[in-house]
Design a binder for this molecule. Structure first.
Ligand code: ASP
Length: 334
């Protein structure tokens, strides 16, 4: 009996991994999204006998320019790939600036147990020592591992395997930009994948799909003496939801509370999240004497994506907090 190699759809969207500078020493002044997937594969270390790769360029953008419409287009292409019985897993190359938002959108919308792995690079392909080729090879290695199935959407950067649930870019330029906050769920080293925990029995699956419309939701950041003008302007613009990225435990300054309250009275859903980076935003007086939801340990960006989907799906107001509670991390971050 011949053993069939895993067939992995390799979908490219641009980013620094496909970026080029004029000079190999220039790690900053490059143009993202210049190379197609064929060029990226030509530069990747060989993975002979590991998988059959099915490459396709599906976009060519700098991910700073990603939009909700881009998430949906990518999501629909990835869902089609995982629905194909001949495809066992997907690797998606993506710019690092908004990789965490696309990964979380996919986590909330894809219907599959097949591995879906995002990767990118902090250095352009033209660098003397680029990180992209190794990241791509590592991502393929993870996607080819049957133990990657059923873990939700994964991100592989700098030899770490991270869950979409908590991944965040935490450094502007370091090749270790994604390892600081999230405890990795695994690692790739010595030519093999290592997993910290067994495959979870069940990952909460909210009732969204890649067809779910995305409602307009924006983030307003809190800081000492912050203006309330952005809140009023966004409400006037017709936003459906606001994520308050407050200080500490999602704290709401007194001057801001009345404007957020006015937003709620105007029909806008308000979620308190935190700009702090670690820990959960919990119910606490007096902020929850106000009709605001709280984000648990979802950061402001991930809270926004969840709220966009929940409101876009027409979820009743009474169900919204339940989505945040259901997705709260079982892992405590001290
Ligand atoms: N601006 C680039 C992007 O997000 C950064 C990167 O890929 O590292 O596409």
């Amino acid at each position: 009996m011949t053993h069939r190699l895993p067939r992995i759809a390799l979908l490219a969207t641009g980013g620094t991994i496909a970026g080029l500078a004029d000079d190999a020493s220039d790690l900053i002044g490059y143009r993202a999204a210049q190379l197609g997937i064929a060029d990226l594969l030509a530069r990747m270390p060989a993975l002979d006998g590991l998988a059959t790769l099915v490459p396709e360029d599906i976009a060519a953008i700098d991910s700073k320019d990603a939009t909700p419409a881009f998430w949906q287009a990518v999501g629909q292409r990835v869902q089609a790939a995982v629905d194909d019985p001949d495809i066992d897993a997907v690797v998606l190359t993506h710019g690092t600036d908004t990789l965490e938002e696309t990964a979380w959108y996919l986590q909330l919308t894809l219907r599959t147990r097949k591995p879906v792995v995002l990767t990118g690079a902090m250095r352009p392909a033209s660098a003397a020592l680029p990180d992209g080729p190794q990241n791509l090879a590592d991502a393929v290695r993870v996607a080819a591992d049957p133990r990657a199935a059923g873990r939700g959407v994964l991100v592989v950067m700098n030899a770490r395997i991270l869950a979409a649930r908590r991944v965040a870019k935490q450094h502007t330029t370091s090749i270790d930009a994604f390892g600081l906050r999230d405890d990795a769920v695994g690692a790739v080293y010595d030519g093999a994948t290592r997993w910290r925990d067994p495959v979870p029995a069940r990952i909460p699956a909210p009732p969204f799909s890649v067809q779910t419309p995305l409602a307009p939701v924006d983030i307003v950041v809190g800081y000492a003496g912050c203006s309330t003008a952005p809140i009023d302007a966004l409400v006037a613009e017709g936003v459906a939801g606001l994520v308050w990225a407050g200080t500490g435990n999602g704290a709401v300054p007194t001057a801001v509370a009345s404007r957020l309250r006015a937003a709620v009275d105007a029909g806008v859903v308000v979620v308190r999240a935190s700009r702090s980076g670690r820990g959960a935003v919990t119910r606490c007086a007096p902020d929850d004497d106000q009709p605001f939801l709280h984000s648990g340990d979802l950061d402001p960006g991930k809270s926004r994506v969840l709220l966009m989907l929940a409101l876009g799906a027409g979820e009743p107001a009474a169900a919204l907090q339940g989505h945040f509670d259901a997705l709260a991390s079982p892992r405590v971050t001290p």
